[in-house]
Design a protein around this ligand. Structure first.
Ligand code: LHQ
Length: 261
């Protein structure tokens, strides 16, 4: 797979996607949006892939939309169309990927870069990471799913304040507010994330995927609907090899050998 703006590496069931425009702190141009979307699509198609890591090259995770690139566009450029054709496809590809995505947040995540970080499933941050809803600095409203993800994670008051001040949320505060799952010393970020991803890749990945789908679905459901959907999805999980193997391994007091099916 030849990509220009991202690195795509697979190692034992774990794919690492690295946003690779470090001279811009990994700002998204059209190519990077398209290639990142394609990379997640490949993760979905390949049954050998059981977990994905998203990170950034250099000192940033992503600075969001490449503003120099946008400025070159003529008057006919429609941001709405750019969002629909670009970021929305990427975000939906990530959310619909029934495999865990871990963000290894190595530095600043700003604007749409913050949105893409929020579309991952588990966020592990370096102590040098920070988050900025930079949109209002350029007179825009938050986009790239941030209006949907962030108030759910931290509450509307905090999310709205971050949106209108565009203040930097440092890693320790992001941890306290639940934006990230863990903060680790910068040099330990990739080893920590790689070890965790390798563990998830050995797990009951069919169940991990169904869990992601069921939890996202529950946001839109009443309790009655959520209970019904859980029962339906549990039936699916219970018909798997992994369920039979998990129960058998428990009874035989040995480690299970999950196959993700
Ligand atoms: C950049 C960028 C960048 C280009 C740093 N673009 N070069 C969707 C649809 C359509 C239109 C508009 O927007 C959207 C959604 C959005 O994402 S809007 C929000 C866009 N992002 C921003 O407003 C963030 C802009 N960047 C910054 O505020 C700072 O760079 C942050 C706070 C992220 C980091 O600050 P520093 O650590 O001080 O780094 P720096 O500013 O010196 O940046 C390093 C280089 O990266 C620099 O280039 P240079 O040639 O001077 O070394 C920047 O120009 C470049 N860069 N962000 N988004």
């Amino acid at each position: 797979m030849a990509y220009e703006t991202i690195l795509f590496e697979r190692h034992d069931g774990v794919v690492t996607i690295t946003l690779n425009r470090p001279e811009t702190l990994n700002a998204f141009n059209d190519t990077m949006i398209r290639e990142t979307t394609d990379a997640f699509k490949q993760c979905g198609k390949d049954p050998a892939v059981r977990c994905a890591i998203l990170t950034g090259a250099g000192r940033g995770f992503s600075s969001g939309q490449d503003l120099a690139d946008v400025q070159k566009r003529g008057d006919e450029f429609s941001i709405a169309e750019h969002l629909r054709q670009g970021y929305h496809r990427l975000i939906l590809e990530m959310v619909r990927l029934e495999k865990p995505i871990i963000a290894a947040i190595n530095g600043v995540a700003a604007g749409a870069g913050f949105g893409i970080a929020l579309a991952t499933d588990i966020r592990i941050a370096s102590d040098k990471a920070s988050f900025i809803l930079a949109f209002s600095r350029v007179g825009l409203i938050p986009d790239s799913g941030t209006n949907w993800f962030l108030p759910r994670l931290i509450g509307q008051g905090r999310a709205y304040e971050l949106a209108i001040t565009a203040d930097r949320l440092p890693a320790d505060q992001a941890l306290a507010w639940g934006v990230v799952n863990r903060v680790v010393p910068h040099d330990e970020l990739m080893p920590t994330v790689q070890e965790f991803a390798a563990r998830l890749a050995q797990g009951a990945s069919l169940a991990y995927g169904l869990t992601k789908r069921t939890m996202y679905r529950a946001w839109e459901q009443s309790l009655e609907e959520a209970l019904g959907y859980e029962a339906y999805m549990q039936e699916t999980a219970a018909r798997s090899h992994d369920y039979r193997e998990g129960v058998q391994a428990f009874l035989e007091k040995r480690a299970p050998r999950f196959q993700g099916r």
